[in-house]
Ligand binder design. Structure first.
Ligand code: RBV
Length: 412
């Protein structure tokens, strides 16, 4: 039995899904083919993804292919309740509502594992880890993983010899990370900050912690809106890239004194903690764009603060002993999914087309794949790019036979 906040929200959710689908042409083409060929007939999928209008389009595409889909949230605060209600009406087993407790969150994931899945579909590694810890792994043919943090966790499972089934790293497809992680997060993070605060970005000091793909996208968009952008890093090569992209690079202890807005995008814990918070200016705003809520130490904020209050939706004010106030967006959880709606549909079109095709691949080949981490097959990646270009009305050149020969020869 699905579990959602309010089934009465289904009509609104259905309209949102319709709007998303209209901006996901590649996934729509795949869904159409799936409905004819039914490549997932009888396949049970347990998915742990942000329950958004884009995820809904994916879940319905899998259903068109013949799959039974059980869905839980990959973050306790990212569920769009109207979308969850609509999905439940469409026959998807959804266990998700916005604001679930930590226990409810884990129970919901386990409910989807009780659907006896052939495939797990993950965003962050939680369902894959639970499948292994709670004895569900042996019956599973394969899994997919949507995000960088999850890929790192599943690689660590594999390295320790614990991984029992093959997992396709959708995140690492070029048509995923090159676009979703950079442009998707870049736009949706700014969107989340604006919805939560409605502050002016132009002229502000904007600190981005971490210059991976996500940090690069956020820095780019913040600069585009007129902010003065500072990047903090631990990796010398990435720091150099940030410097040569024209950003100011410095340690967080220095940036803490200057920043008006801080966004963490490192995938690591305690990037902003007490020693930084006590240096911040009055009014500093903190947000996290990484998968888990560990990058800004909320524990430190809670311990330091004399008092706190909710000043707007998704915005909490902390009064510090030095008399200054700092503001935390979305409890330090994914700002783009909690304070906004996640990445735009157009970019999720590519990420989720990779998901759909990776599942189809696992159903065909999964039983013969070793229990390791596998890349998205190159043909799938290129097919997604080709279909996306076509949907955008963009044509490209083709190599002549002479050019192909030239590229393969040392003769020149
Ligand atoms: N993400 N999903 C959405 N609109 O459904 N937005 C972002 C959406 C995914 C994205 O692919 C990223 O890798 C992951 O969320 C981070 O948890």
């Amino acid at each position: 039995m699905p579990k959602v906040k309010d089934p009465g929200l289904a009509d609104r959710g259905r309209l949102k899904i319709e709007w998303a689908k209209a901006h996901m042409p590649v996934l729509s083409i795949i869904a159409e083919r799936f409905s004819k060929e039914r490549p997932l007939e009888g396949v049970r999928i347990a998915a742990c993804l942000h329950v958004t209008k884009e995820t809904a389009v994916l879940a319905l595409a899998l259903k068109e292919g013949g799959a039974k889909v059980c869905l839980s949230a990959s973050n306790p605060l990212s569920t769009q309740d109207d979308v969850a209600a609509a999905l439940a009406e469409e026959g998807i087993d959804v266990y998700a509502w916005r604001g679930m407790s930590e226990d409810e969150y884990l129970e919901a994931i386990e409910s989807t594992l009780k659907c006896d899945p052939h495939i797990t579909m993950d965003d962050g590694g939680d369902i894959t880890v639970m499948a292994h810890q709670k004895g569900y792994a042996d019956r599973i043919i394969g899994g997919t993983e949507e995000t960088t943090t999850g890929v790192l966790r599943i690689e660590s499972l594999a390295k320790e010899g614990i991984l029992r089934y093959p997992v396709i790293t959708v995140n690492n497809a070029e048509t995923k990370w090159n676009f979703d992680n950079v442009y998707g997060t870049g736009q949706s993070t700014i969107d989340g900050i604006l919805r939560a605060t409605n502050i002016m970005i132009a002229g502000k000091w904007f600190v981005v912690a971490g210059y991976g793909h996500v940090g690069r996208g956020v820095a780019m968009r913040a600069r585009g809106m007129g902010a003065k952008v500072i990047v903090t890093e631990v990796d010398p090569i990435r720091a150099l890239m940030a410097a040569m992209d024209g950003y100011i690079v410095m340690p967080m202890k220095e940036a803490a004194k200057i920043g008006d807005i801080f966004v963490t995008a490192t995938g690591n814990r305690d990037v902003i903690k007490a020693e930084h918070i006590s240096l911040m200016k009055d009014g500093a705003i903190l947000a996290n764009a990484g998968h888990f809520d560990v990058e800004v130490s909320v524990k430190d904020l809670e311990l330091m603060a004399l008092s706190r209050r909710e000043i707007r939706e998704n915005l909490r004010e902390y009064l510090l002993p030095n008399g200054r106030r700092v503001y935390l967006i979305a409890e330090g959880r994914l700002v783009n999914l909690v304070a906004a709606e996640g990445h735009p549909s157009e970019v999720m079109d590519m990420s989720f087309s990779n998901q759909a095709l990776a599942v189809e691949h696992l159903v065909k080949e999964g039983r013969s794949l070793p229990p390791k981490v596998h890349p998205v097959p190159r043909q799938i990646d290129e097919e997604v790019a080709r279909l996306k270009l076509r949907s955008m009305g963009i044509e490209i050149d083709v190599l002549t036979p002479e050019q192909e020969k030239y590229l393969k020869s040392w003769r020149g």
